[in-house]
Design a protein around this ligand. Structure first.
Ligand code: UDP
Length: 324
């Protein structure tokens, strides 16, 4: 198939592109390289079935021409990372809402299928365990910029579902839960690359709060496998799916595990939330994906344990740290 991956030079996008090419598809990547990096696709450079366009999805003219030439658009281009969003609120709204509209409008021309990448952030403060796809979004006040992420991605979901219902456009929505793997950068606040880098540099690992908050980390290879399968599955159309590994670990235990696995002398530094984030920031205590829907439709289950994922991330980052 001919597949357009927006945000294909990003962390998840680059792993997805790699998988799709491996499966024999032809892939066009469009990425403006704001948070994506062309090095993420370096190893695929010159691949006969890959075209890489450096541009923004907000370029409507380009998207109107590009999208109808593809069988599926996998729309991963978005402002991601709580830290980046807090620092760039206006650009985040534009990137997350307008860009999705552009994709859906362009897809409507030929009825091109759209897979929309969303996030577990849309559940907001809902700490039900596990979270299933029809659980409530419990989102905080508009004065707290963190909630902009959840709100804009929820709006994207409403938009996609409206195009499905009103215009019969085939759409599939996936909600990623804390996805990790090589090529993820710690620059935008993500905990695993930050901890691994700190451990490799012998610096203290910055655990926010008391570290008892917990997350479920999914190997990016498990996540992109589910994504690609859902995109091909007719029964997934019009539906929302969680993608995540339900195994939970506290942030303190994660820090200890990374120190052990890297053989680092680093200690743990507990950083109060008031120092780590702007005033009024609210951190989720737990966030566990319910993946029964995915299991029922695809027989999907996560295959790669956290330790194996961390080992690969540590290896990749060790090489990077050594090369400066
Ligand atoms: N976190 C931390 N130290 C860091 C970065 C993050 O303790 O240097 C915590 C953060 O407060 C949250 C968890 O790690 O409880 C996961 O954060 P991340 O930003 O990776 O993802 P989130 O689940 O918040 O979207």
């Amino acid at each position: 198939m001919k597949i357009l991956v927006t945000g294909g030079a990003g962390f998840i996008g680059s792993h997805l592109t790699e998988l799709l090419l491996h499966e024999g598809h032809t892939v066009t990547v469009i990425d403006n390289l704001v948070t994506g990096r062309s090095e993420n696709l370096q190893h695929l450079k010159g691949h006969p079935n890959l075209e890489f366009i450096i541009d923004t999805v907000l370029n409507e003219e380009r998207m109107r021409h590009l999208v109808p030439h593809h069988d599926i658009v996998m729309h991963l281009a978005a402002a991601v990372g709580v830290r980046w969003i807090i620092e760039n609120p206006l650009l985040s709204i534009e990137t997350n809402i307008r860009a999705t509209e552009v994709v859906l409008e362009a897809a409507e021309t030929n009825g091109t299928k759209v897979l929309l990448a969303s996030t577990s952030e849309v559940y907001g403060k809902n700490e039900k365990v596990p979270l299933t796809e029809d659980d409530d979004s419990i989102i905080g006040a508009t004065q707290i910029t963190r909630w902009l992420y959840a709100n804009t991605k929820a709006t994207d979901e409403f938009l996609a579902l409206a195009y499905y219902r009103d215009r019969k456009l085939p759409v599939v929505i996936v909600r990623y839960f804390n996805t990790v793997g090589p090529r993820q950068t710690g620059r935008y606040g993500m905990v695993v690359p930050r901890f691994v880098r700190q451990a490799l540099n012998g610096e203290p690992l910055t655990v926010y709060g008391n570290g008892e908050q917990a997350r479920c980390f999914t190997d990016v290879r498990d996540a992109v496998r589910a994504t690609a399968e859902l995109a091909m599955k007719p029964e997934a159309v019009g539906e929302v799916f969680n993608i995540g590994n339900p195994r939970e670990i506290s942030i303190r235990a994660l820090a200890e595990l990374i120190i052990r696995m890297t053989g680092s002398r680093s200690t743990i530094r507990y950083v109060p939330y008031s120092e780590a984030y702007p005033a009024g920031f609210e951190d989720m205590r737990r966030r566990v994906p319910g993946v029964e829907k995915l299991r029922q439709l695809l027989g999907w289950a996560p295959r790669i344990p956290l330790e194996e994922n961390l080992a690969r991330i540590i290896d990749a980052m060790r090489t990077e740290v050594m090369n400066g």
